[in-house]
Ligand binder design. Structure first.
Ligand code: SF4
Ligand code: SF4
Length: 435
């Protein structure tokens, strides 16, 4: 695509990167074919190519965003299905992030929207606040029918009870039965995940420890920063990114780290992008690069670096039909697709492919709260496709998808790491105890 940025505009690092990306686009429109919002709404401006045009126009002409542009950009899920499809390698993720930043700087959202977005930013990135709101929603759940649709959908996302943690809260979880661990990794325990589904972190820690790996849960690391980043709140997210980078980098220098493990693919995607975000920051450039290079999704790490001891006992000799739901952040952003499937196959169970598996379930961070109508349509399609293949349970690697799919389906859904933990000597996951 031809660009018309002035020399002055190209002195700005974001304009410079976006110009390079836009120039790669050859207008072919292949991306529209796999874009969930284009499929649902059928409007060119609700597809990747149209959104690239809108962002290009704002940036080149120093144009403030208006309600029409905001509507189309806000409808983007950031699922990055378009990046998998694009034959020219257009990095849509960085373009849409730049567009969102520009909107936040040049557009004043209606009062109600601002309040909702601020509340989401405060509540979701802090696990204590999130738990308080969760308890409150449990009380109002029976009366949810009186609330407007968006609140009703948010209440539905909240679990009916918060599971108890079974592991003690430690900063270092030592490798089992070893004086010297075979590796040392940091674990991002996440903000929402550890409240809604602590079993995911517990399975991760148990499994790694059992295989001789020491796990560090660094004090001070709370959220990866993606929630604020995708809400376009640059200052808040930057503060969060810098804190995480500093803490992990210090740990890396002082005590050594072989990897930083993420077991939520949305967060892992964010951590892997720190190196791009700080590419021109003289204080953080090198450190951010190191953190991104160290980051691995748990399935990626287990598949590549750990010799797993799968056990065969009578109790788990039964074979299950497992539908693998590949989160968009996993398959399209991180391009981690085979590792989780390989791992599940090693348990001896059958992996079922979900039809249209490349299309988002409608979770997408805060999308299911901010864009309830589109999100509901996507979820409906996802549920239909899962039910078609009749799995006994579902496996995925992202808490957002787990919460979203759980809302409308009776089939249990586990994080992939819970399955691997179970098949290598951990307990049978509570969620499938009756299977
Ligand atoms: S990120 Fe997803 S929703 Fe957004 S333009 Fe790309 S394919 Fe469409
Ligand atoms: S597929 Fe890639 S090159 Fe083609 S229009 Fe979409 S972004 Fe541009």
């Amino acid at each position: 695509m031809q660009t018309n940025f002035s020399e002055q505009q190209l002195k700005n690092k974001d304009n410079k990167s976006s110009e390079k990306i836009i120039r790669k686009c050859v207008h072919c429109g292949f991306c529209n074919a796999t874009c969930p919002t284009y499929q649902i709404l059928g409007d060119e401006l609700d597809g990747p190519r149209g959104r690239i045009y809108l962002i290009k126009d704002m940036l080149e002409n120093n144009k403030p965003a208006n309600s029409k542009i905001v509507k189309h950009i806000d409808r983007c899920l950031s699922c990055y299905s378009c990046m998998t499809t694009c034959p020219s390698g257009v990095n849509y993720m960085h373009i849409i992030d730049h567009g969102r930043k520009h909107i936040e700087k040049t557009y004043v959202r209606p009062f109600k929207e601002r309040i909702i977005r601020t509340l989401l930013s405060i509540i979701l990135s802090n696990s204590s606040y999130f738990k308080c709101i969760g308890i409150l929603t449990q009380l109002i759940k029976p009366f949810s029918f009186i609330f407007p649709s968006r609140v009703k959908e948010t209440i539905k996302l909240m679990p009916s009870k918060f599971p108890k943690k079974t592991l003690p809260k430690l900063e270092v979880y030592p490798a089992t039965n070893r004086k010297k661990p075979v590796a040392r990794v940091a674990l991002l325990t996440g903000c929402v995940q550890k409240v809604i589904d602590p079993a995911i972190n517990e399975s991760t820690i148990r499994l790694l420890n059992r295989h001789g790996i020491e796990v560090v849960v660094s004090k001070g690391i709370k959220c990866c920063g993606s929630l604020d980043h995708h809400l376009g709140k640059e200052e808040l997210s930057n503060e969060n990114f810098k804190k995480n980078i500093s803490i992990w980098h210090e740990e890396y220098l002082k005590n050594g780290l072989d990897a930083i493990i993420s077991n939520t693919s949305g967060c892992g995607t964010m951590l892997k992008d720190y190196m791009f975000l700080f590419r021109q920051d003289k204080d953080f450039k090198k450190k951010a690069k190191k953190i991104s290079q160290l980051t691995k999704d748990i399935t990626e790490y287990l598949d590549e670096y750990v010799k797993l001891n799968f056990i065969k006992t009578k109790k788990i000799n039964r074979k299950y039909k497992i539908a693998y739901h590949s989160a968009c952040s996993m398959q399209h952003a991180q391009k981690v697709h085979d590792a989780p499937i390989n791992l599940i196959k090693k348990t001896g169970n059958q992996v079922l492919n979900i039809p249209d598996g490349h299309i988002c379930c409608g979770s997408a961070g805060t999308y299911n709260i901010l864009q309830t109508d589109i999100s509901k349509k996507l979820l409906k399609n996802k549920i239909k496709n899962i039910e078609k293949i009749k799995p006994e349970f579902i496996s995925t690697g992202n808490i957002g998808c787990i919460t979203q799919i759980n809302k409308e389906i009776q089939i249990p859904i586990l994080h992939t790491v819970e399955i691997i933990d179970w098949y290598t000597g951990g307990p049978k996951p509570e969620k499938i105890k009756n299977l």
